[in-house]
Design a protein. Structure first.
Length: 341
């Protein structure tokens, strides 16, 4: 297996990328995943039309820092003219890649003809891509799709071919249909079909939650890169785990202490990047803190308490409690055996 892939000249390590996730994979999240080895990250989706009307919040979503590179900025939209103009604006932020979202299942997005609705309108999808490619110049444009709209419209391979002909530099494929949203199991067969249909790199996505899952995704689909979404919740370590799996090295999962150290680092990063007061920024940090508190006796209760955090000092206290709970559970297991309750 080669160590790198190239997307329109952008070199990316062949380990795993972090998926774009609106409301989750913000700059702090991406930076944490990068620190643990994410090979490539993508911004939260940004409305092409919104950016054209110079929505300030939208622009802030496009900011790319050197620590995050290589990084893609993702746009959604269904009007070629707005897409072209949005690409021109986004280029000011110097992203390594511009990605177009043609997979979002959310009614608000689909209702505008964008996201996965474009899977039902392949010609318009091609026009949107062509407009973006033309406006992007030397910056590669990639497209993220699903396996289709529903079981009656499983057209990912056909769509990928058309997008390749429109100038797309790579295709990311999430192996679910739109009507599945995030339920059921991602279909690796469709990822393999897309891989066979095009000559550009294919990024396989869906349900990769461990190093083993990642190797299976590479092995079963022949994809060029794997992309991880929810498997990174409270678990930026997954990128280290995947690196080890790809290199055939032994992976040592984080101890409770390391988990909490990283959780606190993540919370500090959120606080430092936020313009809000500590209390308000802690509201944003709550869910991220809770995600780190998984596994073991008593964790659910601590997770629940994360949702009322109002200060960093409280997060430190919870982290201490988590560590002592885990350590006493370990001692209990050691003294009374694996099956002890
Ligand atoms: C909370 C959340 C937000 C998401 N936002 C986006 C988005 O902005 N753009 C996009 O292309 N996909 C988005 N997705 C889909 C993910 O990128 C990914 O395709 C999906 O979660 C499947 O991968 P996974 O099984 O590894 O999570 C989102 C998914 C989740 C759970």
């Amino acid at each position: 297996m080669s160590e790198y892939i190239s997307i329109g000249g952008v070199r990316i390590a062949r380990t795993a990328a972090l998926a774009p996730m609106a409301g989750v994979a913000d700059r702090a999240y991406r930076m944490m995943c990068k620190r643990f080895g994410a090979a490539y990250v993508v911004s939260e989706m940004v409305s092409a039309k919104g950016i054209c009307y110079s929505d300030r919040k939208t622009s802030s979503l496009c900011t790319v820092t050197d620590e995050e590179r290589p990084m893609g900025v993702q746009l959604f939209g269904s009007e070629p003219e707005f897409m072209a103009k949005a690409v021109e604006i986004v280029l000011r932020y110097e992203p390594d890649i511009i990605d177009i979202n043609m997979g979002c299942p959310v009614p608000k997005v689909v209702g505008t003809g964008a996201g996965s609705r474009l899977m039902q309108n392949v010609d318009l999808a091609a026009s949107v891509t062509e407009a973006a490619v033309k406006a992007a110049g030397a910056t590669p444009v990639t497209v993220k799709i699903r396996s289709g709209w529903d079981q009656l419209c499983l057209n990912a391979a056909e769509m990928a071919k058309k997008l390749e002909a429109s100038g797309a530099a790579a295709i990311t494929i999430h192996g679910r249909t739109r009507d599945m949203f995030y339920s059921g199991k991602a279909d690796r067969g469709v990822i393999s079909d897309v891989r066979k249909a095009v000559n550009i790199p294919v990024i396989g996505n869906g349900d990769v939650c461990s190093g083993e899952d990642c190797l299976e995704m590479y092995g079963e689909t022949g994809c060029d890169l794997v992309m991880v979404g929810r498997g990174s919740y409270g678990n930026p370590f997954i990128f280290r785990e995947i690196e080890c799996a790809v290199e055939g090295a032994k992976y040592t999962p984080p101890t409770a202490e390391e988990k909490m150290k990283v959780m606190l680092e993540h919370v500090r990063l959120i606080l430092s990047l936020s313009a809000k007061s500590e209390e308000l920024a802690m509201h944003e940090a709550r869910k991220y803190a809770a995600w780190y508190m998984s596994g073991g006796y008593g964790a659910a209760k601590l997770r629940g308490r994360c949702y009322s955090l109002t200060s960093y000092a409280q997060a430190e206290e919870l982290a201490k409690e988590f560590v002592s709970l885990r350590n006493s559970a370990e001692r209990h297991k050691y003294e009374f055996g694996q099956n002890a309750q």
